[in-house]
Design a protein around this ligand. Structure first.
Ligand code: UDX
Length: 444
């Protein structure tokens, strides 16, 4: 029997993966959403998005009555000891984050806490700029509950570092746990929960104050985004240097322990729901503090230019793209997810359409989402091979495993012209020596 009962506000990939993690470890967990359709699905074990290991574990958790989803905040709060806030913090037009969902969650939690007699711990998991937990979440909960933080309820900030496509794995095997605490009792309670959860496999636990924890999340994501833009800038130098290859440059750099080999894959740049939003938010936050963090502005501009390089490669091979058939392999912002937020496929396809090309795209899971974006402006294939049929040029946009298995002859046999552009460096240029072949970071 576990010591704590847990509730989670928000059923996006962070909220639901965290909830599944607790259920796998035998905790009783209640998730809260306002979306009744989503709640119905979750309660019968159907995940609302594609994420490896989610479906089978959700089904198990629901069958064992360890996980349920409710629309009623009081039910979630009154029957549990610790509540995680995992609602979204989307970007606003100036890059800063929109706190409306966080504020709404805090007010609902506060309202429910009014009726609670015992101590309750609230933990902000959502990515929020430094100062938000103390200056926004705390006063809203105090206002709606009539209770005092540090006396009647505790408050922590516990950033998550989950990767989409590996969210359940990362929940169960994190590199570190960061606990930002309002007071010692709050931090002790959250640390006790995590020590119970991970037992002898507890990773390093770093305890600090609330704004430092909030900044650790932004600094981590901004640093990883910087690593990606750095190698993409080096890729541009490679492209202008006959014989140079960014893959080998990255390998040579990565063997230095001070640099490390991860997040040095040159490609079409970073997309997804985190890096673009978090870099923007840190730039905007920094501006508000009177410091313009130009380093990150450059990280963003390298990232913006990166996907459009493949259009240039296409034109070098084909000249005018009007009426040319272009096959796009990969739509999701990365493999193992159907998420297309800030996916590199979007600016690439939009530009191809502006140039008058005919676009056919294939992705193992993201086609339904792509249809809501591109509607009938492009064709959708049901397999990689059928996507290549009659194509004048193929662009690899997402590095799904099934694309890595394609052989040069698969391209040659289906395409009208043997032109391949490897946007994710998944092929060996030697294998495509009989093709017109271009790749990010490959000198020519
Ligand atoms: C990221 C962080 O990794 C995670 O810790 C945080 O909690 C959320 O943001 P995620 O966005 O799911 O996770 O994916 P990630 O694997 O980090 O990739 C982000 C983007 O960077 C993808 O578009 C990916 O294609 C790109 N990328 C990643 C590269 O272009 N090169 C790399 O070497 C690594």
């Amino acid at each position: 029997m576990t010591q704590y009962r847990v509730s989670i506000v928000g059923t996006g990939y962070v909220g639901l993966s965290t909830a599944i993690g607790f259920a796998i470890k035998g905790y009783i967990v209640t998730t809260l959403t306002h979306d009744s359709e989503k709640a119905t699905k979750i309660n019968i074990g159907i995940p609302p998005f594609h994420e490896p290991q989610l479906q089978e574990n959700l089904k198990k958790a629901v069958n064992k009555k360890l996980l349920k989803c409710t629309l009623n905040a009081a039910e979630a709060i009154l029957n549990t000891d610790i509540t995680f806030i995992a609602t979204g913090t989307p970007s606003q037009s100036d890059g800063s984050i929109d706190l409306q969902y966080i504020e709404k969650s805090a007010s609902e939690i506060g309202e429910a806490l009014k009726k609670k007699k015992s101590y309750h711990l609230i933990v902000v998991k959502s990515t929020v700029v430094p100062g938000t937990t103390e200056k926004t979440v705390k006063p809203v909960i105090e206002k709606y509950s009539g209770k005092q933080c540090g006396v009647d309820f505790g408050l922590c900030m516990n950033p998550e570092f989950l990767r989409q496509g590996a969210a359940i794995h990362d929940t169960l095997h994190p590199d570190r746990i960061v606990i930002g605490e309002y007071d010692k009792k709050s931090g002790d309670t959250l640390e006790a929960l995590f020590r119970e959860f991970y037992s002898e496999n507890t990773p390093p636990v770093l305890r600090t104050n609330l704004p430092t924890a909030e900044l650790i999340k932004y600094a981590s994501n901004a640093f990883l985004a910087t690593k990606i833009s750095f190698i993409n800038a080096i890729a541009t130098i490679c492209e202008k240097t006959p014989g140079a290859d960014v893959t080998m440059v990255a390998r040579g750099m990565g063997l230095d322990k001070r640099i490390g080999s991860l997040f040095l894959n040159a490609g079409l740049g970073y997309g997804g729901s985190c890096f673009p939003k978090d870099v923007k938010a840190l730039v905007a936050h920094s501006k508000n503090l009177g410091y313009s963090i130009k380093l990150l502005e450059e990280v963003e501009s390298v990232n913006k230019a990166q996907p459009l390089k493949v259009i240039q490669f296409c034109k070098e091979f084909l000249g005018n793209l009007k009426g040319k058939n272009i096959a796009i392999l990969g739509l999701a912002f990365k493999p193992d997810t159907d998420d297309m937020r800030e996916a590199r496929a979007i600016p690439i396809i939009n530009q191809l359409l502006i140039e008058g090309a005919n676009v056919t795209a294939y992705d193992p899971v993201a086609v339904p989402i792509a249809k809501t974006i591109f509607k009938n402006k492009i064709q959708y294939a049901t397999s990689a091979i059928s996507c290549l049929k009659n194509a004048d040029c193929c662009i690899i946009v997402t590095e799904w495993d099934e694309f890595k298995k394609l052989k040069p002859e698969d391209f040659a046999e289906s395409m009208r012209q043997s032109i391949v552009i490897d946007g994710r460096r998944i092929y060996s240029p030697k294998d495509f020596k009989d093709f017109k072949f271009a790749a990010i970071g490959l000198g020519h």
